[in-house]
Design a protein around this ligand. Structure first.
Ligand code: SF4
Length: 273
């Protein structure tokens, strides 16, 4: 693992787990970072790596469920150009429509709509809930502490909103008081998300939080029930994980989010060049 990646994991609150050495089946988070190490070296699978028998593992770190990672895959390949991408006019038209939209009550209290930001030829489309106060003010999704954590999570798997990832929300206008968007608000806004998916043609969609998962899966969900499974939206694999704002309130679940990102990365690789 590079010092930079170790720093990123530290920003996710995972650095103490990385330092632990213990029985392989006891701690999925450690297996994830070991898989990371194996991938970085582009060498042997993780089961070939001898555990460090000399270090003891504190019981507090042994609480995460087991998860299998494909550690034998090659480094993430470069993305294909999005087949539906055009010269930008479709994007301009879509963003203009979003900014002018009055299709649901959320337009009444917004300062501005927040269409999304990122690489328009992404490997991953990350879909969140809706803009908060700062996002509403700046016109950009995932700013502030939750956005910084999302950026660290993406960077840990080699992506950023400049390269490899596009970030959008289920609703493009801020729900008053940062409340959860209503089902009918998500439904009103969904055509915009669908158009974004078609323009971006990502290899993978990562739904962070329940509203995003419900929008893409078109059904009520509990995050605990859908984590670890792979769904599909218009032929694109969809995985679900925790929202960064939730992880800031519940840092003990960061290890699970890291498992989800590692699984997402393996799925992206399996999709091929
Ligand atoms: S949330 Fe979506 S549907 Fe509602 S006003 Fe904003 S852009 Fe339109």
């Amino acid at each position: 693992m590079t010092p930079q990646r170790a720093q990123l994991l530290a920003r996710m609150g995972l650095a103490p787990l990385w330092r632990l050495r213990q029985a392989p089946d006891d701690d999925a988070a450690e297996r994830a970072v070991e898989a990371e190490e194996a991938s970085d070296a582009a060498e042997s699978p993780v089961h070939d790596m001898a555990p460090d028998a000399g270090a003891a593992a504190p019981a507090a770190a042994m609480t995460l469920p087991a998860v299998a990672f494909d550690t034998s895959v090659a480094p993430m390949p470069e993305p294909k150009p999005a087949p539906d991408a055009d010269d930008g006019s479709a994007w301009e038209r879509l963003e203009r429509e979003i900014r002018d939209c009055t299709a649901c009550p959320l337009h009444r209290q917004r300062h501005q709509a927040v269409p999304g930001i990122g690489d328009r030829h992404p490997r991953w489309l990350v879909v969140g809930e809706g803009p908060g106060a700062e996002e509403d003010r700046r016109g950009e999704p995932f700013v502030g502490p939750a956005g910084q954590l999302l950026d660290a999570m993406l960077a840990a798997v080699g992506l950023s909103r400049q390269q490899g990832a596009f970030i959008a929300n289920s609703v493009k206008c801020r729900p008053p008081g940062n409340r959860t968007p209503e089902t009918d608000e998500i439904a009103s806004c969904f055509p915009y998300l669908r158009r974004q998916v078609r323009l971006l043609a990502p290899r993978l969609i990562v739904a962070v939080g329940r509203p995003a998962a419900q929008a893409l899966l078109n059904q009520p969900v509990r995050i605990a029930d859908v984590r670890g499974r792979t769904f599909e939206f218009e032929g694109i694999p969809v995985i679900v994980t925790y929202h960064p704002a939730y992880l800031l309130r519940n840092p003990h679940d960061k290890g699970k989010a890291w498992e989800d990102l590692c699984r997402a990365r393996a799925l992206t690789r399996a999709a091929g060049p």
